[in-house]
Design a protein around this ligand. Structure first.
Ligand SMILES: [Zn+2]
Length: 80
């Protein structure tokens, strides 16, 4: 049972590999409950998305959606 770790975000093809590791990308398990989970679901931008037992999001999405710093004005269109 060695499934590769893929990012579940729409339009994102990152998966855990030497390449992403070199780029400093890390993978994070989807929270099961709580406010953070809701935020993640928004970040995924997938209608009716239901996370399975093991849904991962890569750190690429944390920069824009989880830190309200630089480009906070245009939340509808980020790097996706
Ligand atoms: Zn990703």
């Amino acid at each position: 049972m060695t499934m590769p770790d893929f990012c579940a975000a729409y339009g994102c093809s990152n998966h855990r590999s030497l390449e992403t590791r070199t780029r400093g990308i890390t993978f994070h398990v989807f929270p099961k409950t709580g406010e953070r989970r809701r935020q993640w679901e928004v970040a995924l931008r997938r209608d009716g998305f239901v996370s399975s037992g093991r849904t991962l999001l890569c750190s690429e999405h944390f920069r824009s959606d989880f830190k309200h710093s630089k480009s906070g004005s245009n939340k509808k269109h980020n790097h996706f």
